[in-house]
Design a protein around this ligand. Structure first.
Ligand SMILES: CCCCCCCC/C=C\CCCCCCCC(=O)SCCNC(=O)CCNC(=O)[C@H](O)C(C)(C)COP(=O)(O)OP(=O)(O)OC[C@H]1O[C@@H](n2cnc3c(N)ncnc32)[C@H](O)[C@@H]1OP(=O)(O)O
Length: 181
């Protein structure tokens, strides 16, 4: 992965500390999420899991709703898959983060019908900043890398989502969410 200094952990970054030790299905954080929502008609429908508590895996089957050029995945949709699987991987640490910066390398075209094998992991944490990487392989989990990404995620307070988003939708799905903490 080619990454800039902005997505490279500084020398004093801490290694992330896994909370989960058992293989765990991560499910969807919001049913209408474009990345993982089961109710989204044309979303990516990622169904992520972790095996080691520090990285996340998921598959994305490129559909006809995800095209750019005829028969080929749209680059922005592939970047969205990177963003989502990275977002899942930082959620492993049970703290709320949002994407600050996402750098993506598109290495090979990805035809409609392809299963993209996604993986994401955290390379370091420094204050509110988390440094992460992801890749999408074709032909199997050990196949060639078609797309890769490096990202900087920023930790936010939980009320970021209520302040900027749809409080009623949050309340409907996150019953333990405190709107006014
Ligand atoms: C209950 C509800 C549901 C909860 C569910 C939670 C768990 C979810 C579970 C699973 C997730 C699945 C996956 C989800 C989808 C994938 C994630 C997305 O796509 S998120 C959407 C896209 N991203 C945004 O909308 C951010 C928009 N931007 C902002 O809100 C702000 O800019 C924010 C929070 C990123 C930073 O704003 P500031 O005011 O808090 O902080 P400042 O001071 O600006 O930045 C802090 C530090 O970070 C650096 N920084 C910020 N942005 C940077 C950038 N783009 N490049 C480099 N550095 C940056 C700054 O330079 C600063 O660094 P210095 O402390 O001074 O060293």
């Amino acid at each position: 992965m080619t990454r800039s200094s902005l997505t490279t952990p500084p020398p004093d970054a801490e290694a992330p500390k896994p909370l989960l030790t058992e293989p765990t299905a991560l499910g969807s954080h919001y049913s209408r999420c474009f990345g993982c929502g089961t109710d989204h008609p044309t979303g990516l429908h990622l169904n992520a899991r972790t095996t080691d508590g520090s990285s996340v895996e998921a598959e994305f089957v490129v559909g006809e709703a995800h095209q750019g050029a005829p028969g080929l995945a749209h680059g922005g949709v592939l970047a969205a898959a990177m963003d989502e699987v990275i977002g899942m991987s930082i959620w492993l640490f049970q703290r709320p983060y949002v994407t600050g910066r996402l750098e993506t390398d598109f290495r090979t075209p990805v035809p409609v019908g392809t299963t993209l094998h996604l993986r994401a992991w955290c390379t370091g944490i420094s204050g509110r900043k988390a440094y992460l990487e992801a890749e999408g392989r074709i032909g199997g989990p050990d196949g060639p890398v078609a797309v890769s990404a490096a990202a900087l995620f920023i930790e936010v307070r939980m009320d970021h989502f209520a302040k900027h988003g749809d409080v009623a939708a949050i309340a409907a799905e996150h019953h333990d969410f405190e709107v006014n903490p």
